[in-house]
Design a protein around this ligand. Structure first.
Ligand SMILES: [Zn+2]
Length: 319
């Protein structure tokens, strides 16, 4: 019977009712210090799905790390009524130690899936996850933030052709649901293609900064998802949240370089022609350039940079 077989994660074996932390070896630093990734495994006595909660694929995206750290601290996963939760709060240890998105050679782990045991460092980190964890999972939630000063309003991105992901995204019920194809060789795209595994990409806040709303929405979403899958007993009754659904989005970019200030930010609807920000000449000579919303929509991301170059992404507007 399936329920008495151990679940093997790296060098750990977990029988029903067993929990613990395993280390996935992820190489070493030039000094020889070993680098390891921690995976917390919580297995209920009752059979059920295996869900992976993953953060820090991009090493400078801290909100997700904090969502899972807080979830572990508050024992969110300790009383599962069915199934298994695997929690990896920080995958890209290399990037995290350098306050950077990528691994030290500049490669992006989330563009390196499924990875290879003999490839670049990013590819090896991706391979370690694919080999040790993804094959055991029925669903994964991958926590991110905007990159380099871009703030993302709390949202789940799911692949438009993935019915299972849409259902899971609705159960997570973040403020915004965005149907969007994932980049080539990203975890979400690769896992669906090679393993048929649905991955939800949670986006909330900005790199290297905490955002309280994004953290609490992430934790609430995990709880809703676990409750919907009957892996946790409901605590607050039925949550009737209706997310804003977005199937198309595009970026408004800077027509010229200069000092940038937004006047409208993520989390608000906009009307076509409405002023949403301004670019100023730092010398105070040229006239200001107003930025207008190109069409009716909802701002799902905005740039917090004070200084922008021509073509920089300023507002991510969903329709
Ligand atoms: Zn990211």
């Amino acid at each position: 019977m399936n329920e008495i077989t151990p679940l093997t994660v790296a060098n750990g074996e977990f029988y029903p009712g067993q929990s613990g932390v395993v280390e996935l070896v992820a190489g070493q630093l030039p000094s020889g210090s070993p680098v390891s990734i921690k995976a917390h495994v919580f297995r209920s006595y009752k059979p059920g799905p295996t869900l992976l909660f993953l953060a820090g694929v991009h090493g400078d995206e801290i909100n997700g790390v904090e969502i899972l750290r807080r979830g572990l601290k508050l024992k969110l996963f300790d009383s599962l009524t069915a199934g298994t939760a695997v929690v990896v709060p920080l995958l890209n240890v290399y990037g995290f130690d350098n306050f950077r998105r990528d691994v030290p050679d500049g490669k992006d782990v989330n563009r390196s899936f499924p990875g290879s045991a003999t490839g670049s460092l990013a590819s090896r980190v991706a391979y370690g996850l694919s080999k040790n964890l993804l094959a055991h999972c029925d669903l994964a939630v991958d926590f991110h933030t905007g990159g380099r000063g871009v703030f993302n309003f709390p949202q789940i991105r799911y692949s438009p052709d993935d019915e299972g992901a849409l259902q899971a995204a609705e159960q997570f019920a973040p403020p915004v649901l965005l149907a969007a194809r994932a980049p080539v060789k990203s975890l979400r795209r690769s896992a669906l293609k090679s393993l048929g595994l649905s991955v939800l990409t949670y986006e909330g806040g900005e790199n290297l900064r905490y955002d309280g709303r994004s953290i609490s929405e992430g934790m609430a979403g995990i709880r809703r998802l676990l409750e919907a899958r009957e892996m946790l007993a409901p605590v607050n009754g039925i949550d009737e949240r209706q997310p804003i659904r977005i199937t198309n989005s595009s970026w408004v970019r800077a027509g010229r370089a200069g000092l940038f200030q937004w006047t409208k930010r993520s989390g608000f609807p906009v009307r076509k022609g409405e002023p949403i920000g301004t670019i100023f000449d730092p010398h105070g000579v040229r006239p200001n350039k107003r930025i207008l919303a190109p069409r009716n929509g909802f701002i799902i991301g905005h740039n917090n940079a004070a200084l922008v170059g021509q073509g920089d992404a300023l507002f991510h507007i969903g329709y």
